[in-house]
Design a protein around this ligand. Structure first.
Ligand SMILES: Cc1cc2nc3c(=O)[nH]c(=O)nc-3n(C[C@H](O)[C@H](O)[C@H](O)COP(=O)(O)OP(=O)(O)OC[C@H]3O[C@@H](n4cnc5c(N)ncnc54)[C@H](O)[C@@H]3O)c2cc1C
Length: 270
């Protein structure tokens, strides 16, 4: 995305450095200064972090291929260290692969909710939708060579530290074992959906699911819909659902922030 190749950067450095000397020699100090800055800018693009020298069997294991796991993989590639990312889902992206409810988007501006090493000047909106963020994460993993290190469809079920060898053994649900010197968790703080628990919940006969487990083919047209909670996901889902032809949409919130009062909001779809 707009980054010059190494060859382009090298050529730009050489051209601008070549231009700097005659400019300064002819007393054109200001132009010379800009030409020098230009060459330094492209020189920075050519800078590559130093590789770490590690024993042949040194290996890092990363739990999860979400935003954190992908970032860690890129950084370990920079350092030249061997690593494996273990991901229970069949795809990368974590939060941004899982959350597909109507209106799912970031609530921090996309230009800030991006990797510092891979800025994206092409975000289509200030608060990009889930699909665009997921595509950005896929692009990041492709561009920085993270994909080949990911083992998809394996849930880590046990990690054991061996004091004799100073190594971790990581066991996954299908019986595979990975041994590593370092184990890094990128399992995500919001990873496990939180379900409410109230009497009679089991007897509800309609569709009931968490926004984080939205059914992609669910059609809310003409349905009476209730949303529980008014957090960031509900704030995004409610206005979108209200425009999807629902018959009635009610939002339940246990208490106001800082208060302990019952609150029920109701939106009648027009
Ligand atoms: C709808 C929504 C919007 C959000 N918007 C913002 C925002 O605007 N700004 C912001 O800063 N944050 C936002 N967040 C928080 C968001 O979760 C983090 O920003 C970020 O995506 C977390 O990335 P992560 O890699 O740490 O975790 P996750 O994205 O949760 O990824 C964890 C990964 O670990 C895998 N995993 C977990 N356990 C195991 C296991 N045992 N074995 C193998 N794999 C496992 C999961 O499958 C998953 O792929 C939002 C969250 C949600 C849900």
């Amino acid at each position: 995305m707009g980054e010059p190749s190494d060859q382009d950067a090298l050529l730009s450095v050489l051209c601008s450095l070549t231009a700097t000397l005659p400019l300064v020699g002819n007393g054109q100090y200001i132009l010379g200064f800009f030409s020098f800055c230009f060459s330094m800018y492209f020189l920075r693009k050519l800078w590559k972090p130093a590789k770490v020298i590690a024993p042949d069997d040194f290996r890092v294991i990363i739990l999860g291929a979400g935003v954190s796991g992908i970032c860690m993989g890129k950084k370990l590639n920079d350092l030249g260290l061997r690593y494996t990312i273990i991901e229970k889902a069949p795809a990368l992206g974590g939060t941004w692969w899982e959350n597909i409810y109507p209106g799912a988007a970031c609530d921090v501006p996309s230009h800030l909710y991006s990797y510092s090493f891979f800025q994206n000047p092409n975000w289509s909106r200030a608060y990009s939708h889930q699909k665009e963020i997921l595509r950005y994460l896929q692009d990041t993993a492709s561009r920085f060579g993270v994909y080949p290190h990911i083992k998809f469809g394996q849930r880590i079920k046990q990690n054991t530290w061996n004091k004799e060898t100073n190594k971790w053994t990581v066991e996954t649900n299908n019986g595979d074992k990975y041994v590593g010197n370092v184990l890094i968790s990128g399992c995500g703080g919001l990873h496990v959906p939180k379900f409410p628990n109230f009497p009679g919940m089991d007897e509800f006969k309609g569709d009931a699911f968490h926004t984080a487990q939205w059914k992609p083919d669910y059609d809310p047209t003409d349905k009476v819909v209730a949303i529980i909670g008014t957090g960031a996901s509900a704030v995004q889902a409610v206005p979108n659902l209200s425009e999807m032809g629902v018959k009635d949409l009610t939002v339940f919130q246990e208490h106001l922030v800082g208060h302990h009062q019952d609150l029920t909001l109701s939106i009648q779809s027009g």
